[in-house]
Design a protein around this ligand. Sequence first.
Ligand code: ADP
Length: 226
Amino acid sequence: MIELKSVSRLYRSDEIETTALHDISLNIRRGEFVAVMGPSGCGKSTLLNIFGAIDRPTSGQYLFEGVDLAARNEAALARHRARHLGFIFQSFNLVDDLTIAENIELGLLYRGGRSGSRRALVEAAMDQVGVAHRARHFPHQLSGGQQQRAAIARAIVGQPDLILADEPTGNLDTENGAQVMEILKSLNAGGATIIMVTHSPSHADQAGRRVEILDGRLVASVAQAL
Ligand code: ADP
């Protein structure tokens, strides 16, 4: 599904040049659940941004279903994201003055579709993560765990084939973190490919593969028995 070929990403400023990613080659098959680990500053977010077509490699190639995204313009990348990708963040990133249902509908913003079918998709996504009873509430009225589940509903409402999660359990207690992991595993069992950055070894253990990054380099990619 995804192929990185010798991907490097440099950040240049007047005085310094930082190599955030160095010569990374990696294939991810459709249906995989991959955990990405590594210390702070090692390049995990940069890698996720490239997977998310938010950033481009300085050199090397990123292929999605065999298509080189580097050659695409911004509008084409936005279409690609709307069609194929769902994003989940550590800090939920819900919009404070929209209800939970409205927040989730934002996941369909660039997809079009009739309002009736949009509403049905929003309801299905809310049911899937167990927040339907909070549809008319605002984010601040929900617990952290509920907010993250609503954010997952926003990520999946458009039925993406790739879910990118940046420390999705980082702001949650053990119980809510475990709930989020169960939801991610059931999405994966339903066919979604998932790439999850995490600092939690026990959550990384629940993925089918663990990838480790150190100083911008890929140092391990290990299949895990589940
Ligand atoms: P992680 O997500 O693992 O904490 P990042 O991908 O955020 O790591 O950062 C990797 C390296 O790239 C770090 O040294 C960081 O300082 C640098 N970096 C990240 N973003 C930028 C940027 N916009 N400009 C300059 N340097 C950056």
